[in-house]
Design a protein around this ligand. Sequence first.
Ligand SMILES: Nc1ncnc2c1ncn2[C@@H]1O[C@H](COP(=O)(O)OP(=O)(O)OP(=O)(O)O)[C@@H](O)[C@H]1O
Length: 450
Amino acid sequence: MTDLKKLLIVEDDAGLQRQLRWAYEGYEIHTAANRDEAVTVIRAEEPQVVTLDLGLPPDPDGTSEGFATLETILQLRPDTKVIVASGHGAHESMLKAISLGAWDFYQKPIDIDALGLIVARAFHVHALEAENRRLAERAEAGAVLGGMITGAPEMLKVTRTIERVAGADVSVMLLGASGTGKELLARGVHDASPRKKHAFVAINCAAIPETLLESELFGHEKGAFTGAVKTTEGKIELAQGGTLFLDEIGDVPLPLQVKLLRFLQERVIERIGSRKPIAVDTRVVCATHQDLDAMVADGRFREDLYYRLAEIVIRIPSLAERPGDAGLLARHFLTKYAAAMQTGAKSFAPDALAAIDAWSWPGNVRELENRVKRATIMAEGKMVSAADLDLADKADPIPINLKAARELADRKAIRHALARAEGNISGTARLLGISRPTLYDLMKAYDLQP
Ligand SMILES: Nc1ncnc2c1ncn2[C@@H]1O[C@H](COP(=O)(O)OP(=O)(O)OP(=O)(O)O)[C@@H](O)[C@H]1O
């Protein structure tokens, strides 16, 4: 929406309409003499403020058409500030108008100066509300949980869950595909917890050879094995007081699972080559992209360890399951890498945006970050193209069409409701929250059978 202040005057008296039109300065004025004209202006111009005469044709001496117009305006643009005018002594009509959502009222005959003040205040409040909404949207769609960029409700739900569980000293298991941000979220758990002043220690159990993993985790004494030239603390010990993040927990071999379980039960470790127990107070967060339930079922992962690690289980949606996030993250990474590498790339060309939206992102955020980083270097001008992202020809040829999307959603909901109501039309309409005639119309339009 533009910042231009647009005022719609709905008034059927041509003389009064003219008088009002010239009474204001600094606004773009539109006029309407009846409901239809008002609706046309609301749709086309989206005025922030409307003055509405309740006595409109075909009921110029009553209020019915005025109220109907008020309701239509608020249905179309609920944020519009509607100031209602009515004849002297029409106290009840005013109260009704306010209860229907009008912002303010004034009584005829019109006092131009007083009305001018009400209109100016309405614009002011509208601007404040719009700014508030913008700020709230930015906060929602921006960085959450220190550094997580998301605007997707699916992911915001995850971050809120994490914020809630961070304070309780429970173990957290993050399940999600590679590159979905599990490590970032594990860090989020740590940063939002009372342990944040202590260390966050991460170890990727899949990246370390089996033979070294035990020593990495538990540490070793000097001379414990060939090559152990000095005593070394393990990652568990290093996370004393803080948080230990065990990435790819599904890759821990069974013998080491036993040792991990013992640590989680007794909260003590022994370095390799030592019998001295060392008490360690650390919170464990783990993650995996594997199906741990299946691994437990066929004996590849210990069930008792699973329950120790999974006091809270959080599933991280893939990037494809978070509509809109790919574009948001792409812009974030473009800004970041263009600044870091001092390139001229500033924005995405339309074909790049379409490709980003349509691509399925099998490698999730990591893939997106890599593609944008590469594209920032490859782009020749200010615009990053789909080819720079190596996504040319990969955009979905189906254009986004809201009508088609709505029809699909309608069909799905009606089919579900019909199934639940066992084909009963009244029951189906009730479940859907619509009237029977509306349901009949929709079923006819979509050619659906009960
Ligand atoms: N929502 C996000 N906002 C900003 N950066 C993100 C987001 N999600 C992931 N990243 C970045 O994407 C990269 C991959 O994320 P991360 O390492 O947390 O994923 P992962 O799920 O732990 O991956 P893997 O399972 O492969 O270890 C990192 O550079 C991370 O900073």
